[in-house]
Design a protein around this ligand. Structure first.
Ligand SMILES: [Zn+2]
Ligand SMILES: [Zn+2]
Length: 267
């Protein structure tokens, strides 16, 4: 039995059809004690127009309502997954401070304002070129952002573009990734283990095991585990693999968040 799932989407995200009440009921039925609902909040992405711009008033009202409705059965944290881009530091900081968020995942889904999903940014580039751009983009983001709790699926750049782009070239990216991790640690930020990679035929969670090990080696302490479920049936999927890995590397605590403050939970 797992305590928490810290990355969940409902139909407040345009790429999910999941009813939010049913999502909570499913989380209760699988025995979770705590969840963070983390719907997408994207802005300034080519082709997304207003779709991905989360309706914050309606969203926060609904999550707060669910929080109180189910409080005897499950702890619900109001989270969000922001599509962080270097030019949006001030935008997100200003938007988020108006609402009582418990937990914010910063994720990079784009390069030059284009979502990786569309596979346009990969065209005409090599794996190394795409990964160079992607990790340098993240480096810019973590250097300038403070309004988040953990960095999401740190190396999911391998998900899109086809077979040619699948493998993380960790050796080549190590320097940049070390800089990213060092900044996250200095700022008291965490990373997540995101188990969705198994559902995207990557045969792994994000980020790569070597990155997680390195985060702890460099002194990091904050880790959350999330399924990135866009439908209720994917809640806690492949958590066994994430927890087995944490135990293998001697990690005894995961983090949970309330009002943007981390606390540690023995696993
Ligand atoms: Zn994401
Ligand atoms: Zn997500």
């Amino acid at each position: 039995m797992y305590y928490s799932d810290y990355h969940l989407h409902s139909n407040f995200s345009p790429d999910s059809k999941q009813d939010i009440d049913e999502l909570v009921k499913k989380a209760i039925s699988v025995g979770l004690k705590e969840i963070a609902i983390t719907d997408h909040f994207e802005y300034d992405v080519v082709g997304f127009e207003e779709d991905f711009c989360l309706d914050l008033p309606r969203y926060s009202e609904k999550v707060l309502q669910l929080k109180s409705k189910y409080k005897s059965q499950i702890i619900i944290r109001m989270g969000v997954e922001i599509g962080a881009q270097p030019q949006l530091t001030e935008y997100f900081a200003a938007q988020l401070k108006e609402y009582p968020f418990d937990f914010v995942i910063a994720s990079c889904h784009t390069i030059d304002k284009v979502d990786l999903y569309f596979c346009k940014v990969q065209e005409g580039r090599t794996l190394d070129e795409v990964q160079d751009i992607y990790f340098n983009n993240i480096l810019k983001v973590v250097s300038s952002y403070d309004c988040f709790s953990v960095f999401g699926h740190l190396d999911y750049v391998t998900r899109y573009g086809g077979e040619k782009f699948r493998q993380l070239n960790y050796e080549r990216q190590k320097k940049t990734i070390d800089k990213i991790l060092t900044i996250l640690i200095e700022k008291g930020k965490g990373i997540e283990i995101n188990t969705s990679g198994f559902r995207y035929n990557e045969g792994r969670f994000y980020p790569h095991k070597d990155i997680i090990k390195r985060y702890f080696e460099l002194g990091g302490e904050i880790i959350t585990v999330g399924s990135d479920a866009h439908k209720a049936s994917d809640i806690v999927k492949d958590f066994d693999k994430a927890y087995a890995f944490l135990s293998e590397i001697g990690i005894k605590y995961i983090s949970i968040f309330e009002n943007m403050k981390a606390s540690f939970l023995k696993i």
